[in-house]
Design a protein around this ligand. Structure first.
Ligand code: FAD
Length: 508
């Protein structure tokens, strides 16, 4: 009897019940696959990081006494897809049973479901045990009308008794401290550098290149920064709680040319690979609050991201796939400008956000939402292209979390499932939240004319072309009132400027 248990690259959860007991009749299988490196063009650090973390995980399982079969990307036996590998492994290991954890991505779930069914062997699918809401419950929760994130978040706060008083009311008498959490960062307090590792992954990178995998961005293979083991991820979490959490809330919406990471956690790579559990991340923040090291506003602001947004987008994904991936409510069809792949634009804010994304495989939430996402929204870029870009460029990008954030929150292509209005902003927003407009080629105060910031005219063009859809939305009433109050000549010049920019998006 051999039971073959498949462990995916984003299932590196050392505390999963599977690994609690060594059993010689169980073989754990990990595979580095071209099907996974090639479904979209990924950042070099994403491919490197996932494979390196998988290798360490496989080695840790083997040294704990488990039987491990590990297929490297360059292994001649590797058929480079789940189903094709499973077929020969079943023979090779004389497997009599197959088991796997639930996949988080629809595409992978389908492929594995088919491969397991085709095997003809008895098989089972177990929970990955990672989220606070099981996948089926999450999907059921959003199958009908999708409640706003805030409603869902309050439910989970109560269910898990997180920052909740005995009478069920929120700690501090408020659920939401967003109003305290929108400051521009003046440069002080200093933003501590992240605890980057310096792994030498040169050999692995050579194997990836030799296999012909095409990537984007810098591999940084000789001094690779992201955490690759649970122990490293725990150290990263401790560093965040000790040095950045206290200021997380206040500056979470800030953007700065002086710090690429501000007070953000940098934990999404470790969380999404399951090296850390969301509950332990929340508990670490609550611990700091209990010790008086972080305010309630900072702690709540952070808990809301993990307990609220992270679980919420996953629920929407599993309730709405596969149709969700095809939604294009605003009929956006323009190609994404070429400079999304190089950072080569004179708009200082986009140059900085894309440049750092190529360098690190990371941009923080507001850069993703209000810089790269906002521009693509205003310009009417095709959500398929926008999704492919986000799914490739970030080390933390897995479709269950990327898609609702990109197609939903950022591009409004879901017609308002995730957000009640589009997240759109003109240069006034960027100038308020960042220090980047000052040195920019474009003038953030101008709507049209020489060096007018493209965000201004594109902002108005977006709202005018979608007026029929948005003008009755109470959250956009002020925007349309502002437009209607403008002189007719000003409105015409603004729209004409936007048209000119839309014709030459690639050279902005
Ligand atoms: P912090 O700002 O420190 O937040 C802490 C944690 O909260 C994050 O690690 C993450 O786990 C969670 N979180 C925060 N916001 C969200 C959110 N909106 N959705 C889900 N979880 C959230 N996140 C991904 O993990 N993968 C993606 O592919 C991804 N794509 C995105 C695309 C767009 C267009 C946008 C607007 C957001 C996207 N996000 C994605 C959400 C968010 O930007 C990242 O989780 C965050 O920037 C990761 O960095 P951090 O760990 O420093 O986060």
């Amino acid at each position: 009897m051999t039971c073959l248990r498949l462990v995916l690259g984003d299932q590196l959860n050392a505390r999963h019940p599977w690994f609690g007991r060594v059993d010689d009749a169980v073989a754990y299988v990990l595979m580095e696959l071209r099907s996974e490196t090639d479904y979209v063009r990924h950042h070099a650090q994403k491919v490197l990081g996932i494979f390196a973390a998988m290798r360490r995980f496989g080695e840790a399982l083997a040294s704990a006494g488990h039987r491990v079969v590990y297929l490297r990307i360059g292994d001649p036996r590797n058929r480079q897809a789940f189903g094709a590998n499973l077929r020969w492994l079943i023979d090779e290991l004389q497997a009599t049973r197959l088991e796997r954890m639930e996949a988080d991505e629809w595409r992978v779930e389908q492929a594995l479901g088919e491969a397991f069914d085709a095997s003809g062997l008895p098989h089972a699918v177990v929970s990955a045990g990672h989220f606070l809401l099981e996948r089926d419950e999450a999907a059921r929760r959003f199958a009908g009308k999708v409640s706003r994130m805030e409603v869902f978040y309050r439910e989970l706060r109560r269910r898990h008794r997180i920052l909740i008083e005995p009478d069920g009311e929120p700690r501090g008498g408020r659920w939401n401290f967003d109003a305290d959490n929108r400051a521009r960062w003046p440069g002080d307090p200093p933003a501590p550098a992240w605890p980057w590792q310096r792994h030498d992954l040169g050999t692995l990178w050579a194997e990836i290149e030799a296999a012909g995998v095409q990537t984007i961005g810098k591999p940084d293979a000789d001094a690779f920064g992201w955490p690759l083991t649970r122990r490293e991820a725990q150290a990263w979490l401790a560093d965040f709680v000790a040095r950045r959490l206290a200021h997380f809330g206040r500056y979470q919406d800030a953007i700065s040319g002086r710090s690429r990471t501000l007070f953000h956690a940098g934990l999404s790579f470790a969380l999404n690979l399951k090296m850390l559990h969301p509950r332990e991340v929340i508990d670490a923040a609550l611990g700091a609050f209990g010790r008086g090291e972080a305010t309630l506003a900072a702690t709540e602001g952070f808990v809301r991201q993990i307990l609220g947004w992270r679980e919420y987008v996953r629920g929407i994904y599993w309730a709405r796939m596969p149709g969700y991936a095809r939604l294009n409510a605003l009929a956006a069809r323009r190609p994404l400008p070429g400079w999304y792949w190089s950072g080569d634009t004179r708009m200082a804010c986009l140059h900085a956000a894309i440049g750092q994304s190529l360098a690190l495989g990371y941009a923080h939430h507001i850069q993703r939402l209000m810089l790269t996402g906002n521009f693509a929204l205003l310009a009417g870029c095709d959500p398929d292209e926008v999704d492919a870009w986000y799914l490739g460029i970030y080390v933390d990008a897995f479709e269950w979390v990327e898609l609702p954030n990109t197609r939903g929150m950022s591009q409004f292509a879901d017609g308002g499932v995730v957000g009640s209005k589009p997240y759109s902003g003109s240069a006034a927003y960027v100038n308020r939240q960042s220090d980047l407009c000052r040195g920019c080629h474009y003038r953030h105060t101008r709507r049209h004319g020489e060096r007018a910031c493209p965000l201004n005219s594109l902002y108005w063009h977006f709202h005018v072309r979608h007026r029929a859809r948005f003008e009755r939305n109470p959250r956009l009433a002020m925007t349309y009132r502002g437009w209607d109050r403008m002189e007719a000549a000003e409105r015409a010049a603004t729209l004409a400027q936007a048209e000119r920019y839309l014709e030459q998006l690639d050279s902005l």
